[in-house]
Design a protein around this ligand. Sequence first.
Ligand SMILES: Cc1cc2nc3c(=O)[nH]c(=O)nc-3n(C[C@H](O)[C@H](O)[C@H](O)COP(=O)(O)OP(=O)(O)OC[C@H]3O[C@@H](n4cnc5c(N)ncnc54)[C@H](O)[C@@H]3O)c2cc1C
Length: 431
Amino acid sequence: MEKYDIAIIGGGILGTTISYWLSTLYDIKVCVIEKENTVAKHTSSRNTGVVHAPFYLDPKKRKVSAISSLISHDLWEILAKKKNLPWSEVGTIEVAIKEPQHKTLEKYLKWGAENGIPEGQLELLDSKELTKKEPNLKAYSGLFCKRDVSTDYGIFTKELQKESEKNGTKFLFNHHVKDVEENSEVKLTFSDNSTLVSKFIINCSGGNSLDIAKKFGLALQYNDLHFRGEYWVADKKYADLVKTNVYSVARFSEFPFLDPHWIKRADGRTEIGPNAVPVMTPETYEGYTGELTQAVSKIREIFSGNVMKLFTNRSFLKLISKEFLSSVSKSAMVYRVQQFIPSIRPEYFSEHGTAGIRTPIITPKGTFMSDILELNGKNSFHIINYNSPGATGAPAYSAFIVRQLQEKGILDYIQKPKESFWKFEDIVIEN
Ligand SMILES: Cc1cc2nc3c(=O)[nH]c(=O)nc-3n(C[C@H](O)[C@H](O)[C@H](O)COP(=O)(O)OP(=O)(O)OC[C@H]3O[C@@H](n4cnc5c(N)ncnc54)[C@H](O)[C@@H]3O)c2cc1C
């Protein structure tokens, strides 16, 4: 039976970047366990592709995500330039559609400075300045962020996989973790009944990370929900109606992922989306239920405990019904974007984009957890609720995780630093 020092469950952008740091720094036996036949098959390829500047993240409540995003911008740029990967400096305008939302933009300007965004990269624009910059954009005001970039995180993850493999990491594809047994070491059993033993496990399994943590007896008080984000691609003729990304101030700050945007992709396409339609599994990219057994267990979960409390929240229900409508009807989604780009029409969008699914965690109070949830097992570490801007922040956040494990004495291996395009010692996040 193969035995590892560290086994990482999940070959998304997070698991892959953690494997990169571990294999770069140590003489250590690391593997990444992935149920699919390649890395980044799920959320890490199915997202909006924006390298976000953290102006919209509360510096107190989301400090780690904010600092990770800030630092990672430069790390991704180094990788993109070195390997000639997609890096399109399109910028983002966050708009206040109506006057009352303007104070949120003023708050974002302050948060941006507190989160370390360099001076001159954020600029408040009034309605006239907005229209001068983007003639098809109509709003009360906007916050222009020059720093935002469009990229392809699936390509980044594949590049990091190659580097990690060069350092000795094994990627075990088509290995679906079904069961775990945690004693002095951890035994994993896969869906074909084969097994693997590792001294330590890092759980980075995205939409399944809560379920995996529960197998370790952790996080039993939490639940999760899966929301599919769908996109529509603008026909080429209309792709440059607006040349920057446009986001709008969230109607309800506690549900920030429920407002569609105008997105400039790194490959030149323009899309609108994502919405957030509840689905039963983290991989239900079409239809609403997914695999039957998973759907049944999700329905059971919904009708007991935390999720039910969330469903008694009126604003949430109101928003969700609109999200559902925008899934069934293209016009409904277009209508929402027309609030700031009035000239667009449903017939300008004839093709679906690639849908992605986010899995927020519901607390015992029936609210969404606002930041990443990290949990320690006896011989395991779990990263849950790793949602947007998780792809942006992955290189710095994963270095931060490795530093935590060092401090806990878990990485008591011979240090053998290998050549790296990123410098581990420069990445400092004080928690
Ligand atoms: C619609 C949408 C838009 C987004 N837009 C942005 C954006 O513009 N910018 C940004 O920074 N972030 C964005 N995000 C967030 C970002 O994409 C995620 O935070 C990030 O990709 C999460 O990476 P991950 O590695 O944790 O998860 P994943 O990419 O989901 O990887 C987890 C992996 O674990 C594997 N796995 C799961 N269960 C098992 C098992 N039992 N056994 C073996 N393997 C298993 C899965 O197959 C998967 O490959 C967006 C997310 C969504 C959904």
